[in-house]
Design a protein around this ligand. Structure first.
Ligand code: ADP
Ligand code: GN1
Ligand code: MG
Length: 362
């Protein structure tokens, strides 16, 4: 079904004027729906990638629980502009959270948050602090979500032990014959496999608690206002139980890189220590009171962990013939994996300094 026809299925105000592709996500397909009336809201329409998110009903329920909990807390605090401080899901005409069309596409809608900026790359330390604060505030807001645990939408999403096991099988199988040219990169990753099982092991031994975490903390999943102050975090598909270092770790992996996530010029890629500090400062200022000592000691490691894991995930998808991530060329996943490897090397070199910075804020 076309996006135009789909909008009729949702309970929206106003007349649809235009529908245009929107954003740079690698998983879902997103459109901005503009309405003609000045007093009617605009909307964000998405096709949820159900090859990746296999249980869209449970995913939708997670998002409904999380957004209504956050909304309730903001109302309690008498916060202003609440529709810009939390995502607002829009129901279908028959009161459901998504519409499944005859081609098996799962469509959903949110209110469009106006005058909000989401950046693929950071331009300042202020933005880094805002990024850290956004995910720290999110952590605080969801830390007392009542009821049963959230549904694990992608089981083992950041379970590095499981990812390494699957990666080793992929390397052995070499399904599309791409291994030969990348053996050196694969060896680099496999040499480090034991080191990066640490967080999962600590969790298993009860040294760190499971919390509700966002788990996809790219900077373009934060919305900022015109002054670069935090509005809210979006892209809540992967919100589920996990460890706190995943969120600040992935935010730094994505946001504190001097290059792009898919930078073909590896000379551009490395950790920017000022941005690293900004993220940590913002995150710790918001969460200091709720994290345990052991958790705080995992945060700098989290940046390396998530970079390592992302390198494994991109390389795994390259070896598998690009089935998971959207790609623009045959080499795209390889370029991404190599950029993550370069970023990891840079973090390994500066790790003592990263730990020293964290210790200043805890
Ligand atoms: P993906 O899972 O593909 O990354 P997102 O949910 O992050 O999809 O949406 C893609 C982009 O659309 C975001 O990076 C952001 O720029 C924009 N966006 C998402 N939700 C909203 C919203 N409710 N209001 C305004 N912009 C949004
Ligand atoms: C995907 O959906 P998006 O583009 O925000 C991915 C993340 C990766 C990221 C890498 C569900 O995020 O885990 O870190 O790409 N999301 C999923 O750019 O796999
Ligand atoms: Mg996103």
């Amino acid at each position: 079904m076309t996006p135009e026809l789909i909008t009729n299925q949702f309970s929206i105000n106003g007349t649809v004027a235009t529908i245009k592709p929107f954003g740079n996500g690698l998983i879902n397909t997103t459109y901005k729906v503009r309405t003609s009336e000045s007093d009617a809201p605009n909307y964000l329409l998405q096709i949820v990638n159900h090859h990746i998110f296999k249980n869209v009903s449970e995913l939708t329920r997670n998002i409904e629980r999380v957004t209504s909990h956050i909304r309730g807390k903001l109302e309690e605090q008498e916060a202003h502009d609440i529709d810009r401080r939390v995502l607002t899901p829009v129901k279908t005409n028959d009161g459901k959270g998504f519409f499944k069309d005859e081609e098996d596409n799962y469509w959903r809608m949110f209110l469009f948050i106006e005058e909000a900026h989401s950046y693929d790359q950071l331009a300042s330390v202020k933005q880094a602090e805002a990024g850290g604060r956004a995910f720290g505030q999110f952590q605080k807001l969801v830390s007392d979500l009542p009821g049963e645990p959230l549904y694990p939408v992608i089981p083992g999403f950041h379970d590095t032990e499981m990812r390494i096991k699957n990666f080793k099988e992929r390397v052995k199988e070499n399904p599309v014959g791409r291994l030969e040219d990348v053996q050196q990169d694969v060896d680099f990753l496999l040499e480090r496999s034991d080191e990066y099982k640490k967080i999962i092991q600590m969790g298993r031994e009860g040294k760190i608690p499971q919390r509700i975490v966002h788990q996809d903390t790219k900077f373009n999943n934060v919305l900022l206002d015109e002054n670069d102050d935090v509005l809210c975090v979006i892209d809540l598909d992967t919100v589920m139980p996990g460890y706190v270092c995943y969120d600040i770790g992935d935010a730094i992996r994505n946001g504190a890189n001097t290059g792009k996530e898919d930078d073909p010029n590896l000379d551009n890629v490395g950790i920017n220590m000022e941005l690293f500090e900004g993220f940590m400062k913002g995150f710790l200022q918001e969460t200091n009171g709720i994290l345990t000592r052991e958790e705080k000691e995992t945060l700098a490691f989290g940046a390396k962990l998530l970079t390592y894991e992302q390198a494994v995930r991109f390389m795994d998808d390259f070896l598998d013939g690009d089935k998971y991530y959207k790609t623009e060329s045959v080499e795209h996943n390889l370029i991404r994996a190599r950029a993550q490897i370069k970023l990891l090397k840079s973090m390994e070199e500066k790790f003592d300094r990263m730990e020293e910075i964290v210790s200043r804020y805890i």
